[in-house]
Write a protein that binds this ligand. Structure first.
Ligand code: ADP
Ligand code: MG
Length: 293
């Protein structure tokens, strides 16, 4: 069991206990998990959602990221490809505050220094991350999962006494339609297919209305049909959110980029090439380190 799943399970149990009127053991941790901190509001007026400048991350002298620079525009859908070990997940770890770089800067909007914020604060200011494995509350229904995500900033016990407003209920309805789970709203999440769990987790992220979504290999393990639906979903999110999608599935990347959007190729911790999918697929260096193998 991964730590994330353990935590998800613990939180789901806490919720069930709270429902049954039992005392909670870890209210302190839960309460601190979602406390709202006052930060400057990110400024997106200049059109930049995220700017990484010369980010270096070393693990025992090995540079997982090596002076990585990257800019993502507001509303942009950017696909990131590259061989295993290129640093793609580490890049997401830096953006979300999980890993601190040795050098460089990471800016959200034009004004928020991400390197000064903690992981929970970064989530609060509008950066949502989808890990490879789905981490939904298996014992709760689809609807309850979304409800809980909406109230995550209140802490689990407080949310028990919080009633959904009409607009919030409508928002859950919209998300259910978007993630193709409207007919499964009352199903227990643990019974969903792998692909449906992935969508539910994306729906949970969307409940927080993130400005930037980071998606690490979102279609790994999905059926072809689920993969196509996921591409449609991401295309429908583009514009309202910036999306950074790490994927190996070139057909999926082709569907997302529609022949014209920019693809970034990472290799050995920095950008090896950028351009349309056709550009990078024709790039000899890219073929050599990644596509040709
Ligand atoms: P990708 O997601 O592109 O496959 P990662 O970002 O996971 O690559 O890893 C980049 C490199 O950094 C790999 O060589 C990996 O082994 C190494 N690495 C990642 N995290 C750690 C860590 N916590 N400690 C040591 N090495 C790490
Ligand atoms: Mg990875």
């Amino acid at each position: 069991m991964t730590p994330e799943l353990q935590e998800a399970g613990a939180r789901a149990l806490e919720l069930l206990h709270a429902r049954a009127g039992l005392r909670q053991g870890s209210g302190d941790r839960e309460a601190s998990f979602g406390r709202i901190h006052k930060h400057g509001v990110p400024d997106f007026a200049h059109g930049v959602a995220l700017y990484l400048d010369e980010i270096t991350v070393s693990f025992d002298g090995f540079k997982a990221l090596n002076a990585l620079s990257l800019a993502i525009n507001v509303g942009e859908l950017r696909c990131i490809i590259g061989p295993n070990g290129a640093g793609k997940t580490t890049m997401m770890d830096v953006i979300t505050g999980k890993t601190r770089p040795d050098h460089g800067s990471a800016t959200f909007g034009s004004n928020i220094d991400l390197l000064r914020l903690r992981e929970n604060d970064i989530a609060q200011i509008g950066i949502g991350r989808k890990f490879q494995k789905p981490t939904v509350y298996e014992y709760l229904t689809v609807f309850e999962n979304l409800e809980l995500a909406l109230k995550a900033d209140r802490g689990v016990s407080a949310s028990m006494f919080f009633k959904l407003s009409g607009p919030q209920r409508d928002r859950i309805g919209e998300i259910l339609t978007l993630i193709h789970l409207r007919n499964d709203a009352q199903r227990i999440a643990g019974l969903l297919s792998h692909g449906q769990k992935q969508w539910l987790e994306i729906g949970m992220l969307l409940m927080q209305d993130p400005k930037l979504l980071l998606l690490d290999e979102p279609v790994a393990g999905m059926t072809d049909e689920e993969t196509e639906r996921t591409a449609e979903l991401f295309l429908s999110l583009e514009g309202q959110h910036s999306l950074v999608v790490v994927e190996h599935d070139m057909k999926f990347v082709g569907e997302l980029t529609q022949g014209w959007k920019k693809v970034t190729v990472l290799h050995e911790g920095s950008v090896l090439a950028e351009g349309t999918l056709a550009d990078v697929q024709a790039n000899e260096k890219v073929v050599e380190v990644y596509l040709g193998r």
